[in-house]
Design a binder for this molecule. Sequence first.
Ligand code: AMP
Ligand code: MG
Length: 350
Amino acid sequence: MLTQIARTDHEPAAKEAVNRAVLHLRQGDVVALPTETVYGLGADALDPVAVAKVFEAKERPAFDPLIVHLPHRKWLTQVATIPAGLEEVIARLTETFWPGPLTLVLPKTDRVPDIVTSGLPTVAVRVSNHPIFKRIVKELDRPIAAPSANRFGRMSPTSAAAVQEELQGRIPLIVDGGACSCGLESTIIRLEPASPKPRIHILRAGPVTADHLKPFGKIAKERRNESVEANAPEAPGMLQSHYAPGKPLRLLDSPAAFRPEPGLRYGLLSYRGEEEDGYLDLAPWTQVAVLSPGSGKLPEAGVRFFHLLRQLDRAGDVDEIIAEPVPDRGVGAAIMDRLRKASASRPQSY
Ligand code: AMP
Ligand code: MG
């Protein structure tokens, strides 16, 4: 299959790209679409045959459910039911964060085919704020099921070029909407009625942080290994090994944790690229990629994370990627989650 790339950087082209994407989606094809988080591989969420093509193109196992992107907040009750006691918090959350990178897991309605949710009784929903995605989903006037546009288990793509690396020849169209403005997958939450405040379970850390969510409820503490991410039946998709580059990646706790092996060439994924952090002179790095040079800004690190990880993965002179930890707060919690999962994806022989 020939994979075409549709540009959107000037108006006549953007309009044509939107029309082409909508045409493909109406025909039941899958297309790669830009969102503010990462690029998604989209299909008409109400068409089970189209959704099956997403699983096929990604080589995604059928037990890993997809996120449903709505044309508008008003669509929510078409695909999900609002549990008693959560009406107010859901209204406030969606008013505040939609369109944006917050995904809610709610009981699904019959309109959502089982293949979208991998047979779960719940559906993950959000509204994207990417200008091109918004135009496409509004024009289609149906929800779009879209997981990240990478092959299963690999790094999420944050540019059209990265989607090409992942899915060239497997899909008809990539809509190029530029670099993603968040660069990390959406925050996923589940809500539980409780008094005096509902409980918020963060199933996947992301651009909307625990601090952002605190005013809306009590953030439930889930110990990492017992969380839903540890393959509990509630969210079988949240596997611990994920987001992996092709090369081994090791996340360090501290500079002292690193003993290079002779003959191996190491690339460093650094947080700030500052000598005083103690990582720069640990080894004769063949490559150093810096997430947020200088003062270290976590949102900037988030935007660049997958892009730089891909760069190190591609580099001909790197055998192994060594990652510095970033501060485990705010967007940093989402980056650390991805780094832990990427490093868990490999046999740890250190
Ligand atoms: P992706 O967009 O590729 O990151 O994939 C979507 C992710 O959303 C899945 O891997 C799951 O972790 C999560 N997800 C989707 N639907 C549900 C659901 N009903 N319950 C819990 N998690 C979900
Ligand atoms: Mg994914």
